[in-house]
Ligand binder design. Structure first.
Ligand code: C2E
Ligand code: MG
Ligand code: MG
Length: 245
């Protein structure tokens, strides 16, 4: 990794797959999440679980995140009226003017800011929470949507939900998969109720079965993402799917 990842950055070995997000009310695709992949020569496609943590810990996530943001904005600009959601690492908030930087990337790509969504996770800590809050506020004021990703995976969920300026929360597979267990169901109920009380949209991700879909939709999740609806796919495949619909 120490040698391969910096080389991968110089050689632009990254690309994005896009996974549709579906509106529960009418089943329409409303957005797609850009999911990072590394096309590693001689190895094949490497999943983010194998290198994002390393990149974050070694100062490499900023160039990778910038590259994928540029690519996602460019590819999404060609889609008809569909939002693109991009994962932004807490480490990227070390950049002094992250909001300006992101908006400029979207502008150059020709993507209207109201078709861009930023997903931040609670899995690690922000370098400076007050700075992060200010940058997220700026993004929202300009029309960019902000989501808190992987709800229920860390310990500070409720705190972050109250602190961060957000439009939406995303409940991760880890918790969705526990819907049939009493403790999991109770936790889902509490989190979704809290999000709704704050006026936030609720995306349930990692939906694999009809039973999960029904349970989360009954609890009030208004958008869903998961293998039940669609796998992550190339930009071309997504465009073909949109055309077919
Ligand atoms: P995430 O943002 O929570 O993305 C959702 C993950 O769930 C994706 O894994 C997706 O492929 C997977 N998934 C979707 N539907 C299902 C399902 O029905 N069942 C199951 N079991 N899994 C499902 P992926 O692509 O491996 O990404 C893993 C994580 O890597 C992401 O979680 C995100 O935290 C991180 N990541 C991905 N792309 C980027 C990026 O561009 N930048 C940064 N910083 N992190 C990224
Ligand atoms: Mg995400
Ligand atoms: Mg997630």
């Amino acid at each position: 990794m120490h040698n391969a990842l910096p080389a991968a950055i110089s050689n632009s070995e990254f690309f994005a797959l896009y996974q549709p997000q579906i509106s529960v009310a009418d089943g329409r695709i409303v957005a797609a999440e850009a999911l990072l992949r590394w096309q590693r020569p001689g190895v094949g496609i490497v999943q983010p679980s194998e290198f994002v943590r390393f990149a974050e810990e070694n100062g490499l996530i900023d160039p990778i995140g910038t590259y994928i943001l540029q690519m996602a904005c460019r590819e999404a600009a060609a889609w008809p009226d569909l939002r693109v959601a991009v994962n932004v690492s807490q480490k990227q908030f070390a950049r002094p003017n992250l909001a300006d930087f992101i908006c400029e990337i979207a502008r150059v790509a020709g993507l209207p800011l109201n078709r861009l969504e930023i997903e931040v996770t609670e899995t690690a800590a922000f370098p400076d929470i007050n700075h992060a809050i200010a940058e997220l506020k700026t993004l929202r004021a300009r029309g960019v949507l902000v989501s808190l990703d992987d709800l229920g995976s860390g310990g500070a969920t409720m705190e972050l939900m109250a602190q961060l300026p957000l439009d939406r929360v995303k409940i991760g597979r880890e918790l969705v998969g526990k819907y049939a267990e009493a403790e999991g169901a109770a936790r889902l109920r509490t989190l979704i109720a809290a999000a709704q009380k704050s006026g936030l949209g609720v995306t349930a991700e990692g939906i694999e079965t009809q039973a999960e879909r029904d349970f989360l939709s009954d609890l009030g999740s208004d958008q869903m993402q998961g293998f039940l609806f669609a796998q992550p796919m190339s930009a071309q495949e997504l465009q073909a799917l949109m055309g077919a619909r």
